[in-house]
Design a protein around this ligand. Structure first.
Ligand code: FES
Length: 152
């Protein structure tokens, strides 16, 4: 079997090892040293590991790396542009929404995708768009308030 493959992450191509069929999350963190994407539940349930795969936020922990060969991956490290934070990152910082911050990268990735698809998302769309992202500090009200500033 082929034991090396190419992946495209944040606009760059990398050669990565596929021995033992690693998840995309393992490859990002252990091989590419992109540790902004977090390991929470490992079961696709918490959203801490979400990355954009062809623009769709998906849990990297249950995505085999071999399934993303011809896809564009964007991680939290690729969300800011030209050293300028994305408006979602800015408003989260300005409004000081997070407590421990472990959910932050997944939350940012999901919110970016949601607002790209629906820039006028109202409270109901924001809640359903972030449904797959769990914050164990329960900062949901602050997160939703901050995002509603962007979508108004
Ligand atoms: Fe992937 Fe929880 S670590 S969804």
């Amino acid at each position: 079997p082929q034991e090396i493959m190419k992946v495209n992450v944040n606009g760059k191509e990398y050669l990565v090892k596929t021995v033992d069929n690693p998840s995309l999350l393992e490859v990002l963190r252990d091989q590419l040293n992109l540790t902004g994407t977090k390991y929470g539940c490992g079961e696709g349930a918490c959203g801490a590991c979400k990355v954009l795969i062809n623009g769709i936020p998906l849990p990297a922990c249950i995505t085999p790396v071999t399934s993303v060969a011809d896809k564009n991956i964007v991680t939290i490290e690729g969300i800011a542009r030209q050293n300028e934070l994305h408006p979602v990152q800015k408003v989260f910082l300005e409004e000081d929404v997070f407590q421990c911050g472990f959910c932050a990268s997944g939350m940012v990735v999901s919110a970016v995708a949601l607002l790209e698809k629906n820039p006028d998302a109202g409270p109901r769309e924001l809640v359903s768009g972030l449904n797959g992202n769990i914050c164990r500090c329960c900062t949901y009200p602050a997160i939703l308030d901050a995002l509603s500033k962007l979508s108004q």
